[in-house]
Design a protein around this ligand. Sequence first.
Ligand code: ATP
Ligand code: CA
Ligand code: CA
Length: 433
Amino acid sequence: RVVVGTKVDQNHVNWVTAYNMLTGIRFVVSRTNAKIDRELTDADFQAKHKFSFDITGNELTPSAKYDFKFKDYAPWVFRHLRSHFRLDPADYLVSLTSKYILSELGSPGKSGSFFYFSRDYKYIIKTIHHAEHKFLRKILRKYYDHVQANPNTLLSQFYGLHRVKIPYGRKIHFVVMNNLFPPHRDIHRTFDLKGSTIGRDFREEDLEKNPRATLKDLNWLRRNLHLEFGPDKKEAFIAQMQRDVELLKRLKIMDYSLLVGIHDLERGNEENLRDKTLQVFQPGGEKAQEPLPNVLMRTPSKLENARKAKELRLLIKNEKPIPIDQTLNKMPDEMLDQNKKEGYFYSDDGGFRATHEDNRPGEEIYYLGIIDCLTHYSLIKKMEHFWKGLNSTESQISAIPPERYGDRFVRFISGITKTRERAEIEKHQQLPS
Ligand code: ATP
Ligand code: CA
Ligand code: CA
């Protein structure tokens, strides 16, 4: 795989932090998993345990390379979550600790969070803001219940919540979660979609410098892309997304997005010849249709951008969501089949394969999920005030209430979920007035 991010080795500035994170995780996870499983209690959701590590070690903690403090939150809840998401306990430890090398994706977002990948790319460690940390603890029960009721949730899967502190350093909160993207497949294009227009355009001319950049809503529309799911997959996908967004609305969460990684089966792993043997999917001899447009786009004019923004607003306006109480009936049987190893949306080699209108398999595998879902409305409001205080012009942050944010999100994603056949038909149909 073309490595995204920089390797964190002994010479890296964040080596000590990364080392301590992994040492702490190894210790607390083995400690909890060594005990006999039991039912969760209310107290488990509030639980926190503090450990001190030093070079000599003591009766509680083994010796470590550096002095640091480590805090573990709700260990039993996360043990149950890991098991619910079908993680093998031994595997989890091996992935996160076999070698003290991770790769770091230094703060890809504006938030200042750091991302670290486990060596095998299965897991992501994301450092989070203290407010996000407090918020996750507060909603943990509701998140847990939701995940139990929705085995195929598209929401980020949280596997652990911890804090690390080196002497004289600041407290660093972090979560361990699923990497939506597979270790063994090239992702040819990545999109982060919210259904908003403000600040939702990655400068096309910067793609040249950074061909693996995460693109946004307007880039998606400019390429005229769709999440190409035939009727069955579309219904299941939208139904689950609506159920997940219902929770986010209830918890007053904002600013989340649908992360979409597209693997084009025709292109395969061209940039990753080493792993050719891992290509299990063949496009089945069917002649592929046009490959994903991967040509660089020219810089759009203001007018074109305005048109795209209008298109997006129309799309959101015209899309009618399915009433939430009907969505349960939309789940196909196989989706409710709990015997499957992975969730329904991750069952096509870790992703969800495109289908045609007749449900024939399509040419892409989508790797998708709802990410960045720990921002409470009040935090956005605070940020707004901050920006407003900074200069008196209109805020560039589109802080609409969580209810509307969620509706807009669902409508946008529903509107772009259609097969290429359906998109063709709709193009030639007149829009009902
Ligand atoms: P901001 O608040 O500015 O949006 P953030 O620091 O909260 O940024 P996220 O939005 O969570 O960061 O993620 C930033 C990028 O990191 C995503 O667009 C995506 O490319 C990558 N990323 C985040 N979570 C995952 C995940 N679970 N799997 C794969 N990639 C991810
Ligand atoms: Ca984000
Ligand atoms: Ca964020």
